[in-house]
Design a protein around this ligand. Structure first.
Ligand SMILES: C[S@@+](CC[C@H](N)C(=O)[O-])C[C@H]1O[C@@H](n2cnc3c(N)ncnc32)[C@H](O)[C@@H]1O
Length: 302
């Protein structure tokens, strides 16, 4: 679905998740929402992403699930041309307004579309040097094969995906479960969590006072092996995978915020809280070969 169209056959999970994100986007623009000070001062913060992603000056970047565009705009401030995609019309509207306010409209383009339909909404196959996907994204989508297909569809030969996400080994815990109030407890099993987890949680990770009316969401826990395998099967090659002791949101109540705005375990880092990876597209001949194969089979790429 793109450009504000409605789809009568839209699955329930997507309708509910979008209502939740439309409401959250409004919260994130409010007084206890996202901190836009650095962005407005000319250089939005990217945290650990900055060191891992490398220079982006002059690159074309596709930012999937871009939310209100803060990271897309931070990338544009570093000289990139960025296309941001998100299924929330409220988030995309906010991203466009922010872009205009910051004088970045020439370098950014924001498109309302579901991640699985991005190939129909953005007509630029193999047109991007980077696909950029970070923090709190794949838990909202059920199927990683299709996700990886979309990434491979957009990367130019030898371009790469940069992906950073909360670590699923940590996400088996939550604050509500467990005996020790100072520690999260086991919540759902890593390998058996085929999802979706349907829950009604009115809280927001950014504004502790917010109470969401559209509280019911569908989420999926994707093991690291599933993510990597989906990317490899879509024709990407893994360059590296890093595990991190910190994550950019308060994943658990007991985490402690550091000077960079990342959250860490209060004592020993028993488990990673986040991971990131770089996966590279094939060379041109291999992409053409894969496309020809897919056409012969009458199917789609990937
Ligand atoms: C946690 S936010 C991403 C945060 C972003 N990385 C940032 O730093 O602001 C998740 C985003 O995914 C979007 N989203 C969730 N499901 C989606 C889907 N199926 N297609 C497109 N966007 C989706 C939501 O609208 C939301 O903006």
């Amino acid at each position: 679905m793109a450009g504000g169209e409605t789809d009568a056959a839209e699955p329930e999970w997507r309708r509910l998740n979008r209502a939740n994100w439309d409401e959250r986007a409004r919260v994130h623009l409010g007084p206890r929402g996202y901190n836009l000070t650095a962005l407005r001062a000319g250089r939005g913060r990217l945290g650990l992403v900055e060191q891992e992603l490398g220079p982006v000056d002059g690159l074309k970047i596709l930012h999937l699930q871009c939310h209100i565009g803060t990271d897309s705009l931070a990338l544009a401030q570093r000289g990139a041309q960025v296309v941001g995609v998100d299924f929330s019309p409220t988030a995309i509207g906010a991203a466009r307004r922010l872009s205009a306010e910051l004088g970045l409209a020439d370098q950014t383009h924001f498109v309302q579309a579901d991640v699985y339909e991005a190939d129909r909404a953005v007509n630029d196959p193999h047109g991007f040097d980077r696909v950029f996907i970070t923090w709190g994204t794949i838990c909202w989508i059920p199927d990683l094969k299709n996700w990886a297909r979309i990434i491979a569809h957009f990367l130019r030969p030898c371009g790469y995906l940069y992906f950073a996400e909360g670590h699923p080994a940590a996400l088996v815990f939550d604050d509500q479960t467990g005996a020790d109030p100072a520690r999260p407890g086991f919540f759902w099993p890593y390998l058996l969590a085929r999802g979706p987890l349907i829950e009604a949680d009115p809280r927001d990770y950014s504004d502790p006072e917010a109470r969401l009316a559209n509280a019911t969401t569908h989420q999926w826990l994707h093991p690291v092996g599933e993510v990597v395998t989906a990317l490899i099967e879509a024709g990407l090659r893994l360059d590296w995978l890093h595990e991190h002791e910190a994550v950019p949101w308060r994943m658990f109540d007991c985490l402690v915020e550091d000077a960079e705005g990342f959250f860490r375990w209060p004592d020993r880092a028993w488990l990673p809280l986040a991971y990131s990876l770089r996966a590279r597209a094939e060379e041109e001949e291999k992409i053409h070969h894969r496309g020809a194969e897919a056409r012969r089979r009458g199917g789609r790429l990937g």
